[in-house]
Design a protein around this ligand. Structure first.
Ligand code: G3P
Length: 232
């Protein structure tokens, strides 16, 4: 089933920026070294932090949180894929519930990212939306029911059927794409439950970014994923 993925979306939490954002990345880097080949760490960081964090890390995979479907040119305030790559990102999140884009734009962005050698982690809010995205062949898909995001109530426990039907529908279209479960994932148990349902990993935000001790939280999640993957 491959190496399980622990993807952390920094969002725009106060801890996402500057020294605290970097400290979380360095903690993840340490764990990524320890769990090399056992858990794959992805950090989706704010655009302003891509250079700082990617220059200070090696094992964690640094993503942007969004890209705009434009080529570099006269577009004030937009983020073309080329800029993210130049800054050091290895990929980007797309279509997060907090930053939705059209399916036609996801299509363009996934294709252009692939040409540029960038990975894409495309979010979907329902199993059918995930299946629609799957045909575009992104690198990874994440299913996140918006109503559970940031609640601390885990999708893997509260709505396991959303995860299982996503896996079922996506596999009809794309047998290989890794599928992450996200929204409310808080504990190692939540992460293990996602893997048990058949997901290939988790996408988390508040559990890490709002943690008193982000290092302990990252370790808890990584350990649980490693153990659950071993069993499956
Ligand atoms: O992208 C991950 C995110 O939307 C889930 O948020 O805070 O429920 O882990 P959270």
């Amino acid at each position: 089933k491959g190496v399980p993925v622990l993807a952390v979306n920094y969002k725009a939490y106060p801890s996402a920026f500057g020294e605290t954002g970097l400290a979380i990345a360095l903690t993840a880097e340490k764990l990524a070294e320890e769990y090399n080949g056992i858990v794959r760490f992805i950090l989706a960081v704010p655009a302003t932090e891509i250079t700082r964090i990617s220059e200070s890390t090696d094992k964690v995979v640094v993503y942007a949180q969004h890209a705009d479907p434009i080529e570099p040119g006269a577009y004030t305030g937009y983020l073309p894929l080329e800029a993210l790559k130049e800054a050091g990102a290895k990929g980007t999140l797309l279509n997060h519930s907090e930053h939705r884009i059209r399916l036609s734009d996801i299509d363009v962005l996934v294709r252009r990212a692939t040409q540029l050698g960038l990975e894409t982690l495309v979010c979907a809010d329902t199993p059918t939306a995930a299946a629609a995205v799957a045909i575009l062949s992104p690198t990874i898909i994440a299913i996140e029911p918006p109503e559970l995001i940031g609640t601390g109530v885990s999708v893997s426990k509260a709505k396991p059927e959303v995860v299982t039907s996503t896996i079922q529908l996506v596999r009809m279209v794309n047998p290989d794409v890794p599928i992450l479960a996200g929204a409310g994932i808080t504990t190692g148990e939540d992460a293990a439950a996602a893997l048990k349902l058949g997901a290939n990993g988790v996408l988390v935000a508040s559990a890490v970014m709002k943690a008193q001790d982000p290092e302990a939280k990252l370790l808890e999640l990584a350990e649980a994923l490693a153990k659950a993957a071993e069993k499956s």
